[in-house]
Every structure is written in C-alpha cells, then in structure tokens.
Design a protein around this ligand. Structure first.
Ligand code: GSH
Length: 351
C-alpha cells in the first residue's frame, strides 16, 4: 500500500518568519555585495523575502504618492499662457475638474496660498496683488486654498483663477483677461497717458523682480527669516514635514544663489532694500495713490500687495524695518487697507 502523502501546511507565523529571513538575506547581500547568506537559504524563503521586499517598496511608493502627490511631468511645460484660457486641454486634468465645477458661477475663483487662515494677507505678494485688484474693481470673487500645488497651477505658480470653466495663471495675465477678454473688471489704467503707463510698468517690474528677490532672500536664506517662513508648511504631515521643508528651502536657496545673493555682502543687500523702498516712497510722495488720480490703478494693486506682504507677515523683519523708515509708505498701506480690506487686521505701524 502506498504511503499517504504528508502535506505540511506552514502556519502564518512561520511564513512570516521565512519572509523576514529572506528579506534580511536579500538586504545583507545588497549591503555587503556577498551572496553567501542568500545561497544558504532555501528557495521558498528567498521567494517569500523577495515578495515582502516588493510589497514594502510598493507600499512606500503608494504612501509617497499619496502624501506628496505624483510628480507632474507636464508641470511648467503647459505654456503658451496666451492660449490657456481658450485652450483648456493644456491645463491639467485635476484643474479642469475644479474649473468645471465653477462653470456656472459668476464668481472668480482665486487660487492662493494662505499665511495664517483665510482672512489674512497671503504669503505671496502676487496673490495679494490680484486680490487688491479684485477689490479695487469690485469684482466678486472667492478665495480657494484647497488645491494641489504640484498639479493644479497651470504654470506651477500662484495665483491663478478659474472663471466659468476657464483657467488663467499669472497675476498680470489675469488682469488682462478680466479687463480685456471677459470685460468683468474696469480698466483702472485707462486714464493713464503713455508716459505714465511706462512708469507704471517700470515700477511693477521693480517690485515683481527686485523686491520679490529681496523678499525671497530674507525669508528663505537668512536664519531669522526661515524661522518664520518654515511655518507655511504647518499643514504637511509631521513625519515628512522636515524633509519637505529642507528640500523646498534648498531649491529656493539655489534660485537666490543664481541671482548672486550668496556672493553679496549682507550690507549691500540691505542697501538694495533701502533703494527700492526709497524709490516707492518718492513715487507715492503725499499722494493718495501712485498717480494723481481719484482712484487706484494696477500699479497700486502691485505696490499694495508687496508692501502689505512685507509688513504684515513676520518673515522679513529687516525689509519691514527698512520700509518703516518711510512713513508715507506706512500711511499709504493703512489708507488702502482701511478702504479696501477692512476685514484685515491693521497691520502696518510706524516705528
Ligand atoms: N509672474 C507670476 C509670478 C508668481 C510667483 O512667482 N508666485 C510664487 C509665489 S510668490 C510661486 O508660486 N512660486 C512657486 C514656484 O515657483 O514653484 C505672477 O505674476 O503671478
């Protein structure tokens, strides 16, 4: 009579211990580049170890994607900004879905980054600029903070807007779109002669180039600035927050270095702060707005956005102290805040 075949059913703890032993052998082989330990193990233990390794790697990958968001290969390459509003397929799918939700809404949805909470000034002077423009022109809008920074901004930056299913990035393009394309906002600059238009452009470039670079340097490179700036990552889960903070800071410092800040004496950088603040103070003088009109212009939206960002948030204390040497700039911000942003706390004070 044939012997009954004995089948051994391994218990779960045993399977688990084989898998762990196999995984250890694989790790050891990779680490020491010596396959001795691997050769000593039976094939089934190695197979289980390989399976466990794959599962672990797969799980780590899924977790990373969930926590950090999948990298978007088209980021920054979606461009031809002039067509974005008309050519929606250029915009990412996630954004399309959100824009579609706003299709029937008369409200401009303004996508911005927040500092602390919904009603405070934005961490981004460009976001603050566009919000000021919307208030100056009394265009109804709704701020949106809940979006995926890695996927949704068509040009990888804030601000951007969605209006009736169309998505438009870049503060200046947004203004152009609202004034000339959909004619939702009045043209604040229509009474400006050519000479003043050129001046307006020159000051905007000064703010969006030089001023923005100085803010970036103080907020991200200096230790004092960074001790405050890093708080913008408060919503990132704690176990990866340190990593995200370090890698974003490193990338921003690289941008500053490309601008040559790492080779400049700090005293010269502070002088540059004074130089731009003085140029603005000279322009504003004792006027209510940048130009002698009875209403603000686009340049006022930019000046207000940058001044408020610098003064109201505490990540650039040196730059804020420099501005406070010019009381007319402080009066200007307070005046515009009282008139257009009564819901903001009074932020600007004289020394
Ligand atoms: N030219 C753009 C500039 C916007 C911009 O630089 N936004 C910054 C925030 S202040 C940003 O989103 N940076 C993120 C990045 O560059 O990855 C505009 O006027 O809107």
């Amino acid at each position: 009579m044939a012997e009954p075949v004995m089948t051994v059913q391994p218990a779960w703890p045993e399977l688990w211990s084989w898998a762990v032993t196999g995984l250890q052998a694989l790790v050891q082989t990779v680490y020491t580049l010596d396959a001795d330990r691997m050769r000593q193990l039976p094939a089934h233990q190695l197979a289980l170890g390989a399976g466990l390794t794959l599962c672990t790697l797969g799980l780590a990958y899924v977790m990373t994607q969930l926590l950090l968001g999948a990298p978007d290969p088209s980021r920054g390459k979606r461009a031809n900004p002039g067509q974005l509003a008309l050519d929606l397929p250029l915009v990412s799918t996630g954004m399309l879905a959100k824009a579609a939700q706003t299709k029937d809404s008369e409200l401009v949805h303004l996508y911005v980054t927040a500092e602390d909470g919904i009603n405070g000034p934005s961490f981004s002077p460009f976001c603050q600029k566009i919000e000021a423009f919307l208030r100056f022109t009394r265009v109804p809008y709704k701020k949106v903070y809940d979006f995926d920074f890695d996927k949704d901004p068509p040009l990888g930056k804030v601000p951007f807007i969605a209006y009736k299913g169309q998505v438009v990035p870049d503060s200046s393009l947004i203004i152009d779109y609202l004034v000339n394309e959909v004619k939702l906002a009045t043209d604040l600059d229509k009474r400006l002669m050519d000479r003043l238009r050129s001046q307006s452009l020159a000051y905007q470039v000064l703010l969006e180039g030089e001023w923005a670079a100085l803010l970036r340097w103080e907020g991200w490179v200096t230790d004092r600035g960074w001790s405050k700036t890093k708080n913008i990552f408060a919503a990132v889960p704690w176990f990866i927050r340190g990593y995200v903070q370090r890698s974003v800071r490193k990338a921003v410092i690289q941008v500053c270095n490309q601008d040559g800040f790492d080779r400049l004496p700090v005293a010269i950088i502070h002088q540059r702060m004074d130089r731009v603040a003085k140029a603005l103070a000279t322009l504003i003088d004792r006027n209510e707005f940048a130009f002698s009109l009875d209403h603000p212009t686009t340049l006022d939206a930019t000046i207000y956005g940058f001044l408020l960002r610098t003064l109201a948030l505490d990540s650039c204390p040196q730059f804020a102290a420099v501005i406070r040497r010019y009381p007319n700039l402080i009066d200007y911000v307070n005046r515009l805040s009282q008139r257009y942003f009564p819901d903001y706390p009074t932020v600007a004070r004289h020394d």
